[in-house]
Design a protein around this ligand. Structure first.
Ligand code: F6R
Length: 609
């Protein structure tokens, strides 16, 4: 995700902030910028592309600047351009602002402000936040008050940092769901989105709590709540090394990304579900005629293909919309029959996968409508599809995909609900499912708390020669992804299939010591799953079942049961069950000493056939 940096003190603030941004490069970004105070005016330099581009401007910087804020952007609203890069001014160029996260109601705010005469230079939600706070500031209040009043109008997840030319030597920062840390030094203070940016300058850190406002000068730091009440400042001494700090204190990016999933679930939905639980995708799809589409083809590779299978399951079961799911490599050479009324959906984390891109170009040649579900903004697939829905998962660094998968399935679910809403399908409980999606993040947090249980389990099963992964319905599709995680990072052979298929061949591979992981969140088929479990056990295999808390059948039979909090929709329960599988793969690989973030023979972005 985007990076935030800031410094006030006796050193050259521009140099410090540039260095801090460099220390955040590992997070991924597509543009960067710095705002500084010089001669009573706010100067801004920003550039799309790598930091070295910004570095060319920093080379000609003014001397003696003692306050600056900087940002590395990973595009969400608006492509990666110079203009969309942060910082952004308010209407009167009194303040400059940087922002991580997503302002969900930015369009409504933008329209209100435009009616009041505001003009915008960029396509970003951040510039809207700058104008909202700037408009408050123009009423003559302090910067602190302007931020306090301004953020009351913002909905979404954000960490915001604001500086003003009227109040030199001070920055005001506020956090709601996006992380922000403050660093304390002698006669200098600083802030950043992540600890590694601060470590060369200080190890005395204050983690900004939710809904807290920080008012920082070179000498002082005050914290208040949203009503201006003073809050205590809790300083922590950090003794991690830089490598550990980049991973947020986790040993590997993969574990960090697994733990980011509750946050990602919120981000996927940001700005897309309204207060009445209606789906807000009309901006994307206003001229996409859903009534004309009679078939969907989902095209992707690897994990993204597995997410596509979840989409197929949902589109067919809930929307009764015929849907096929293809591997991109097969689609491009398979000469598929394509109806002119079909929609081709391309799912890709990187947006650069060669086979998916080639399949997309094939569809375009045949004049088939195309829709991308992509994580990296401005990537080739995102640019070339007729429409693109971004998954908003933030950069994924570990080669083994985790949070991108969750975001892809959530995005497909939103899309399915949107189609049901447009087509007015009374059989689909759009509001109820949307409401449940909003609660999924909290349930994901509860699932992550099962990690100590999973570690013990990993210790018991790490030597198994073969793992089965099975389920029925949506669980069968999640099982494919669970198996892929284990084989790619722990190098343990797996067999993955719908549980009902086992007797048709794979059962021959079961013997003493084999481990079978069953997804059993689908309540209507639990008795069938139980029979499959007994078949494994009768041949010496051990059964691990992932089921929901309300289940009283599966746990009587399985050797080990992991229970996740249940909701009203089995499909979303099934999605949650990927988290224990990801954690199991991670901990088995870790205990077996495997290289986790960069498994052998694999690359993050497969740009060759
Ligand atoms: C597995 C994994 C891969 C990717 C696949 C497609 O953990 O990450 O299977 O899902 O290479 O990549 P994207 O989504 O970038 O098109």
């Amino acid at each position: 995700m985007c990076g935030i940096a800031g410094y006030i003190g006796a050193r050259n603030a521009i140099d410090v902030v540039y260095d801090q941004l460099k220390r955040l490069e590992y997070r991924g970004y597509d543009s960067a910028g710095i705002a500084y105070l010089d001669g009573g005016e706010i100067g801004i330099m920003k550039r799309a592309g790598k930091l070295t581009e910004l570095g060319k401007l920093v080379g000609g910087r003014p001397d003696g600047v003692t306050m600056a804020i900087g940002h590395s952007r990973w595009a969400t609203h608006g492509g990666p351009t110079d203009t969309n890069a942060h910082p952004h001014y308010d209407r009167f160029e009194q303040i400059a602002i940087i922002h991580n996260g997503i302002i969900e109601n930015y369009l409504e705010l933008k329209m209100d402000l435009a009616r009041a005469g505001h003009e915008f230079r960029s396509e970003t939600d951040t510039e809207v936040a700058a104008h909202v706070i700037g408009a408050e500031y123009a009423k003559g209040v302090s910067l602190e008050e302007a931020v306090r009043h301004g953020v009351r109008q913002l909905r979404g997840a954000y960490a915001l940092v604001v500086m003003s030319k009227r109040e030199p030597g001070k920055v005001v920062a506020v956090r709601n769901a996006s992380p922000l840390v403050l660093g304390l030094g002698a006669g200098e203070n600083m802030l950043a989105s992540d600890i590694p940016a601060l470590l060369p300058y200080t190890r005395e850190i204050v983690v900004l709590e939710e809904d807290t406002i920080a008012i920082m000068t070179a000498e002082t730091l005050r914290l208040t709540d949203g009503d201006g009440r003073e809050l205590p400042v809790k300083v922590e001494h950090i003794d991690w090394d830089v490598a550990a700090a980049e991973k947020g204190g986790y040993e590997h990016f993969m574990r960090k990304e697994i733990h980011e999933q509750p946050q990602v679930m919120r981000q996927v939905l940001a700005g897309r579900i309204d207060e009445d639980f209606g789906i807000r995708l009309e901006r994307m799809f206003s001229d996409f005629v859903w009534h004309e589409i009679d078939r969907v083809n989902i095209i992707a590779c690897g994990t993204a293909y597995h997410a596509g299978l979840m989409g197929k399951h949902l589109f067919e079961s809930a929307l009764r919309l015929p849907t096929d799911c293809y591997y991109s490599s097969e689609f491009r050479y398979g000469d598929p029959v394509l109806s002119p009324r079909s929609l081709a959906i391309f799912i890709s984390q990187s947006g650069e996968t060669a086979d998916s891109l080639a399949a997309l170009r094939l569809c375009k040649e045949k004049r088939i409508r195309t829709l991308g579900i992509v994580n990296v903004v401005g990537s080739s697939i995102a640019r070339e599809c007729d429409r693109t829905l971004y998954t908003q998962a933030g950069p994924e660094i570990s080669v083994a995909s985790t949070k991108a998968y969750t975001a892809q399935v959530m995005t497909l679910t939103l899309l399915a609900l949107y189609i049901a809403q447009v087509k007015e399908m009374p059989g689909v409980r759009v509001q109820a499912i949307a409401k449940e999606m909003q609660g999924l993040s909290e349930r994901a947090k509860a699932v992550l708390e099962l990690e100590p249980e999973i570690v013990k389990l990993a210790e018991q099963v790490r030597g198994a020669p073969l793992f089965f992964f099975m389920g029925r319905g949506a669980d069968a599709y999640v099982a494919l992804e669970g198996a892929l995680k284990l084989k790619e990072i722990a190098y343990i052979p797996t067999v993955e299939c719908p549980a009902g298929e086992m007797k048709h061949g794979p059962l021959a591979l079961v013997h003493e010591g084999v481990m079978a992981v069953f997804g059993a969140s689908e309540s209507s088929v639990r008795d069938k799953i139980v029979s499959n479990m007994r078949e494994i056990q009768a041949r010496g295999g051990t059964v691990l079942a992932i089921t929901t808390e309300d289940d009283g059948i599966v746990d009587r039979v399985a050797n080990v049961t992991v229970k996740i909090p249940n909701g009203d929709f089995d499909y979303l329960d099934a999605l949650l069950s990927i988290i224990p599988m990801q954690m199991l793969a991670y901990h088995v690989a870790r205990l077996n000493g495997c290289e986790i973030d960069m498994p052998r023979n694999l690359a993050k972005s497969v740009t060759v056939e």
